[in-house]
Ligand binder design. Sequence first.
Ligand SMILES: [Zn+2]
Length: 276
Amino acid sequence: MGHETYEVLALRYAERPERMRQENFLEPVDAHDTPMPMDFFVWVIRNANRTVVVDTGFDHAEAARRDRRVIRLPSQALASVGVDAASVEDVVITHLHYDHAGTLGDFPRARFHVQESEMQFATGRWMLDDGERQAYSADHVAELVHRLFEKRVAFHREDGEIAPGVTVHRMSGHTMGMQSVRVPTRRGWVLLASDASHYYEHWVRRIPFAICWSRGDLLESYGKFESLADSEDHVVPGHDPLVRSLYPAAGGSLGGDVVRLDEAPSRTLREVFPER
Ligand SMILES: [Zn+2]
């Protein structure tokens, strides 16, 4: 591991408590008609030298368009832990779905790190497909194109470095240019999988999420998790409420809505999923 380590926070900004289990899976699952609430997060990676934000969530206007609700804007969640969105210089966008690539205007100084293939995906022929297009917002994609013309977009092909030791890794499957973020922490290498695995269960049981551009690529991406993270207990999914119960609260004004991922989880995945 490199010389720098980082604190890593998951900050919840929205939720969908009414979500049902079958809505979250591509294939039929057990207990399909039971609730399976969904959380929405942005993440912070920081140490004394720098701060990197991962994903930018969505705002009230986008929430209204989709009949959703935000608990607080991502910038407000960031402010609660002392991060001023207006002064953040590096933002990783894990993919361009509406719940990860909105509110770019709240980050006027940032450079946005995306996979080149994700930009191609969101601006090309795949957006003629109703199933693939529905989770993208034309406004978000257009805004990123505007930032590109200001030379404020950094493109990555497969693997790339964002800050000393902090790297992105393409995890194609959910979308063409999905990427996860690996961070060196005091407890070892943590992988912010984001929507390469929405819930732990998608990856642990190898069942794709309902939106899946390429099943084969997704399964290959799952296989990469544990080579990048120190163990399966160092992998953090993108939307799982379990994250908030496994990791300790960071201690700010938002209570259990902000947790420390650089601390050990209270239970191992072996304990959570004993039978797999
Ligand atoms: Zn998502």
